[in-house]
Design a protein around this ligand. Structure first.
Ligand SMILES: NC(=O)c1ccc[n+]([C@@H]2O[C@H](COP(=O)([O-])OP(=O)(O)OC[C@H]3O[C@@H](n4cnc5c(N)ncnc54)[C@H](O)[C@@H]3O)[C@@H](O)[C@H]2O)c1
Length: 341
């Protein structure tokens, strides 16, 4: 019998790419749960699901639920039997978390507790995957790259709530034996991303002849940088981890059992280089200004960096971001409804 995966946040950016990947590469049934807030858009999911034959489209079921509330027996019955859970639903915008920290606690900490409490009562769950972020480690000065079990140092409420969710996952594994994994993913880009995020925002500003603000150090000489990774690559990593035989994986030297995985893009790209690439792809001059954003606006970090060697040693490697950047920029310009705010 084919497996069923429950993916939370399926109307969001990364999860809709993950659903596309799972529809393409497995015969699994997919149930997705979302509350459709400002960043959740079912048209996003519809666009990718509609590219499959009708018989495949029937494998996707959408359940409306806000994870601030527990999953009651009716919701659980609607979802049915589940083999895997990938928990991606979250408040995901750092700036919003700085303005509304308690909303992020409710969505990302309480919401995670609710899905975990539902998961621990399932009979045959094979794996619970919690989708966290590189931002839990805070800024990475110099050439530091954090490993999976390094210390956390959240610099904004978003990161702290994602780290809080992680610790709940660890506790549910240790307390109830929930078979769990945690991923730390670096900055993701791709088709149908919310235009509040850096890459679609720069695509739009360059298209409209507006100035691009590039976050830099206090001297305004060094632009912030990230290891960008395409959402399809991230979805491949998620599927790889769901299928991976974890039985031989040991706790770390301190006894920490819950396995964590850094999903790292191949290329570290600074935000000026990225803006210039976006302008070149549009055959336009980049009008930009370097701003000392990080010392003026607490909560924004200049550089994030993770060590991706654990996943590489397991047999998963990312594609180069540059391979997908050009096609993402061109796709976004052509499908410009995704640039409307
Ligand atoms: N985008 C990135 O670069 C990135 C990097 C690392 C980790 N992540 C993590 O990946 C996940 C997905 O990120 P994204 O960029 O696709 O986010 P997104 O904002 O595009 O999508 C989030 C989805 O979750 C839903 N949601 C939010 N709160 C909910 C709640 N209480 N109940 C039900 N649904 C709710 C929203 O409606 C939306 O559809 C998040 O957990 C985020 O923390 C994102």
């Amino acid at each position: 019998m084919s497996k069923t995966i429950l993916i939370t946040g399926g109307a969001g950016f990364i999860a809709h790419h993950a659903i596309n990947k799972i529809l393409s590469e497995t015969d699994w049934k997919i149930v997705t749960l979302d509350r459709l807030d400002f960043s959740g858009n079912l048209n996003r999911l519809k666009e990718v699901v509609d590219t499959f034959p009708l018989s495949e489209q029937k494998r996707v079921q959408v359940v409306y639920h806000d994870l601030k509330a527990e999953l009651n027996p009716e919701i659980a019955a609607t979802i049915g039997k589940v083999d895997y859970i990938a928990h991606l639903a979250a408040g995901s915008h750092v700036d919003r978390s700085i303005s509304y920290p308690l909303e992020f606690v409710m969505d990302n900490v309480v919401g995670t507790a609710h899905i975990l409490d539902y998961a621990r009562k399932l009979d045959s769950l094979e794996r619970f995957a919690y989708f966290s972020t590189d931002e839990v480690f805070g800024p990475a000065p110099g050439d530091i790259k954090y490993k999976e079990n390094d210390r956390y140092n959240s610099t904004n409420p978003y990161s702290a709530t994602k780290a809080g969710g992680e610790e709940l996952v660890v506790a549910f594994e240790n307390t109830y034996g929930l078979p769990s994994i945690i991923t730390h993913t670096m900055n993701v880009f791709g088709e149908r991303q919310n235009p509040e995020k850096y890459i679609p925002m720069v695509i739009k500003r360059v298209r409209d002849g507006e100035k691009v603000t590039v976050h830099a150090n206090s001297e305004k000489t060094v632009a912030g940088s990230r290891h960008y990774i395409h959402a399809e690559d991230v979805s491949g990593a998620l599927l790889f981890l769901l299928n991976y035989n974890m039985s031989q994986m040991q706790p770390d030297v301190t006894g920490a059992k819950c396995q964590k995985f850094n999903i790292v893009g191949k290329d570290e790209i600074d935000n000026l280089q990225l803006a210039q690439f976006i302008a070149e792809t549009q055959n336009k001059e980049l009008d930009y200004e370097m701003v000392d954003f990080h010392s003026q606006r607490p909560g924004h970090d200049l550089r994030y960096a993770l060590d991706g060697s654990k996943m590489v040693n397991m047999g998963w490697s990312p594609q180069s971001a540059f391979n997908r950047l050009e096609s993402t920029i061109k796709w976004t310009l052509k499908n410009n409804r995704w640039l409307a705010i």
